[in-house]
Design a protein around this ligand. Structure first.
Ligand code: FAD
Length: 280
């Protein structure tokens, strides 16, 4: 909890690929712990490609006295491998999972025994009862492969009915999309917290690349301003801090139940946004 308002924070990392990256992330985490996050989560490469790095980063976070959530994706997985993963995570003392379908890199056949995240949530509940708090992904701007917004909302509801406790959204820069999604979730009688995912803006090219891949929309006014700043990284960062702090203010004022930061294994932007929000 923090001093300005009791809005819980969580922070997402990805598993580093090198020993230097592991050391760097350890230092980044120590800086971010000033925010007293409710938990930190660690992504999991589809097909289990980062399994070792994910689990060892989760273990490190738990060892630092902070609650850690492991992401777990099911695309390409079998019941046997997922059962093993759940056993490892339980033995490590993990209490929270982010259950996802995942995206296999192009060229991989889907394979595996699971098609959707709702199948994974149901499997986790069958295998482990209420041992884990399960988070799922939500898409206020609609998942790029969804047949329609209504079908995507039904897919979200299926994850909740299968046993999800709370949700984290894909990042967005349009607060109205989030508020509308939350209204729709409420209207279905689903009572879980839907926590907005916040992506700090620190690099124009990186943001465009990610957003194209995951279907997050960069509003025209942001895109054009970023383009006009070229490679002036100082101005891009200053603009990004203004935009994302403003978004967080809107979300907090509108009753968002928390903020989940996609920190991208960096501390500076997340800390500065939270400082401006008077959160620490
Ligand atoms: P699902 O909920 O299964 O949805 C996928 C698509 O299928 C949607 O279009 C949905 O509408 C559709 N669908 C679902 N059920 C049905 C059904 N019964 N019939 C027809 N259509 C259906 N990826 C990783 O690889 N590793 C990570 O660690 C990771 N972490 C993430 C964390 C968050 C907070 C978010 C928002 C995303 C994350 N992702 C991660 C990305 C995620 O894996 C992709 O967005 C993926 O494309 C969808 O995953 P999902 O769990 O939302 O899938």
């Amino acid at each position: 909890m923090n001093k300005a308002s009791p809005i819980p924070l969580s922070i997402e990392f990805f598993p580093p690929k090198t020993p230097e990256g592991v050391d760097k992330l350890r230092a980044v985490r120590q800086q971010l712990y000033a925010l007293k996050p409710e938990f930190c989560s660690v992504t999991f490469g589809a097909g289990g490609s980062t399994q070792e790095g994910t689990f060892s980063t989760v273990r490190d976070i738990l060892g630092e006295g902070v609650d850690a959530a492991s992401h777990l994706s099911c695309i390409g997985a079998t019941r046997v491998t997922l059962r093993q993963h759940l056993g490892i995570l339980k033995a490590m003392g993990v209490k929270r999972l982010v259950a996802l379908r995942g995206d296999l890199p192009s060229g991989y056949g889907a394979g595996g025994e699971f098609q959707y995240a709702s199948d994974l949530v149901a499997f986790i509940r069958t295998e482990t009862g209420d041992d884990f708090h399960i988070e799922v992904a939500a898409y206020p701007e609609v998942h790029p492969q969804a047949k329609s917004p209504a079908a995507d909302l039904q897919a979200f509801a299926a994850k909740v009915k299968a046993g999800a406790n709370s949700a984290i959204t894909q990042y967005f820069y349009n607060a109205d999309a989030y508020f509308r999604f939350v209204e729709e979730v409420d209207a279905l009688g689903l009572t879980l917290p839907v926590v907005p995912g916040i992506m700090p803006i620190t690099s124009s090219t990186q943001l465009m690349r990610f957003s194209d891949a995951c279907g997050a929309e960069i509003p025209r006014w942001i895109r054009l301003r970023l383009q006009s700043l070229g490679d002036d990284t100082v101005s891009i960062r200053a603009f990004g801090l203004d935009v994302v702090t403003g978004l967080c203010e809107q979300l907090r004022a509108g009753g968002a139940p928390g903020l989940h930061f996609y920190a991208m294994n960096q501390s500076v932007a997340t800390l500065e946004i939270c400082r401006r929000l008077d959160l620490f």
